[in-house]
Design a protein around this ligand. Sequence first.
Ligand code: SF4
Length: 297
Amino acid sequence: MAPTPLSDPVPLPHPVFGGRFPSPVPPGSGWPDDPATPDTPVARTAAQVRRLVPNGNIPALGADVCAQTSSPLDELTARISVCRACPRLVKWREDVARDKRAAFADQPYWGRPIAGWGAPDPSILILGLAPAANGGNRTGRVFTGDSSGDWLFASLHRVGLASLPTSTHAGDGQQLLDARMVATVRCAPPDNKPTVTERDTCAPWLRAELDLLPSVRVVVALGAYGWAAALAAYRDLGHHVPRPRPKFGHAAEVDLGGVVLLGCYHPSQHNTFTGRLTPEMLDDVFLRARALADSTV
Ligand code: SF4
């Protein structure tokens, strides 16, 4: 049997940026906002993830390893974007990138982990579950290119946290304002369900990113998965997490000492089609996040 090719052999045009790219997109090949280069270190096992961010803290990302990037956060973002530590997820994200959904057959797919995106010193962090196979895994940006993202960015724009009401693709001009978005698990999982092992393998990346974002005053967890991940990460970083562990709920709040965790139903179709989450409810959560961030300055 012939080996599976690493990339779609036919480079396709980027929908908004110009240039042609194979799928998955090789690091440093010119894709907009690609944080990595061909020399970015690649984690291929859980142990290597931990080695690239020992203890999930800054010293592991010191000046010696940041020679090609401008900051530890940039270096972390680059390393995340080339990670290959979860064999099942690597295969899935790359298979989807090569096969493509029919509606996007004329587009290149990013096909790599989706790193955090937005302000480097945000007051508000938005934490989701994982990228969508034909959303972020295609567009190269978290929550971009699917219906959840459509809801999310429209709300963020209404409350002043995003420069545009839509987010279609990396390179489209969208900007987050005093906010940043990350996924708990950075690769698209089959059925949107990472395994426990995959969650735990990816956790050091999240912990390290939170550690590199001391400006964050409010974390908006979109769903129970992100809520639990935020509690675990901040506990590991030395914050006070109440016991018993606070339960997720829409508009639930918990003070973690310097950071408030705020719950929000995930803007998935399951919640938006059924009316469990409305645009007003989403706006109210982000307005509350802004008020909390302003009150803790
Ligand atoms: Fe790496 Fe996380 Fe993707 Fe696993 S899910 S391959 S740890 S980026």
